[in-house]
Design a protein around this ligand. Structure first.
Ligand SMILES: Cc1ncc(COP(=O)(O)O)c(C=O)c1O
Length: 294
């Protein structure tokens, strides 16, 4: 299977792709990224992903390395070269290469763009049938989680903690006892009176594109939606829980900290939303209006 990466203007065999040692993304995590799903050869929710990229870049005063239209063409070219019909494209933009110094370089280097692709792994049927386990951990991240920064240390430590506990995800909990989000997913519950609850957008969470799409689909279905913070206690008492992300789609959570959520089986509403989402991906994706927090 061919596998090229795109690095600063060139398509290069993945194994030979390299960045400069003084790339600020490498030295300072001074960069942002996006992960976009590819389904049936099409980029899912491409426009909202690029809107969020624009928000992340703008928040860090990093310029676009090329026009949005040119970036779209390069993404398509990489997918075509790598024969990806089901999978993801990863793209990362750093402030560029400059002698190591914390402040933004006066030389104004060209932002560095790297893109890779991956073929999707077969969906894990057992995980879907059983549902995923989640644990709760303190949210130790910074106060601009709305920026999709490559600075992910707290997230990887949290995900590792989940893995060591035999769980799929860790739900991060703010000092006030409310769940912010997973380490790489957004968090949702369904209350006993069938309300769909997910945290409202703010600097405390990433504006997940899957979250946005699922909110739109739930609205179209006339489901009761509350965008507000919810506590860990509410999650424990919920009828259902699930998570959303570009790579997990909609995934039911059936245990939280080892205790069953609801009846401990994937919830009916969670599975319905998963089906809606899969159907949405099958259809020509019409991008919902992006709602990004500042
Ligand atoms: C912290 C965090 N929250 C939520 C998400 C889900 O976002 P999306 O639905 O755009 O994949 C991600 C995805 O990487 C994430 O890293």
């Amino acid at each position: 299977m061919p596998r090229d990466a795109y690095v600063n203007g060139r398509f290069i065999p993945h194994g030979q792709a390299q960045v400069h040692v003084e790339d600020r993304g490498y030295q300072f995590a001074d960069g942002v990224y996006e992960v976009i799903a590819v389904h049936a050869g099409k980029l899912v929710d491409e426009e909202p992903h690029l809107d969020r990229l624009d928000h992340s870049l703008g928040s860090l005063k990093i310029g676009w390395p090329m026009s949005r239209a040119a970036l779209k063409l390069k993404m398509r070219e990489l997918l075509r070269r790598n024969l990806v019909r089901e999978g993801i494209v990863y793209l990362q933009i750093s402030r560029g290469v400059a002698p190591r110094d914390h402040a933004f370089p006066k030389s104004k280097p060209r932002p560095a763009l790297v893109m890779t692709t991956r073929h999707a792994r077969a969906p894990n049927r057992a995980l879907l049938d059983k549902g995923a386990a989640a644990i709760t951990i303190p949210d130790i991240r910074w106060q601009r989680c709305d920026i999709k920064s490559v600075s992910l240390l707290p997230n990887i430590l949290g995900k590792q903690q989940a893995a060591e506990a035999g769980a799929y995800e860790a739900w991060q909990v703010a000092a006030d006892g409310t769940v912010t989000e997973g380490t790489s997913t957004n968090a949702w519950i369904v209350t006993k009176d069938d309300k769909l609850v997910t945290r409202s957008l703010s600097h405390a969470i990433l504006s997940g594109i899957t979250r946005l799409t699922v909110l739109g689909l739930a609205g179209e279905e006339g489901l009761k939606i509350e965008e507000r913070p919810f506590t860990v206690d509410e999650a424990r008492a919920a009828r259902e829980a699930f998570l959303t992300s570009t790579t997990s789609f909609v995934l039911p959570i059936t245990t939280l900290d080892g205790k069953p959520v609801g009846d401990g089986k994937p919830g009916a509403l969670s599975m319905r939303l998963r089906d809606f989402y899969l159907r949405y991906m099958d259809a020509e994706p019409a991008a919902p209006e992006a709602r990004l927090s500042n």
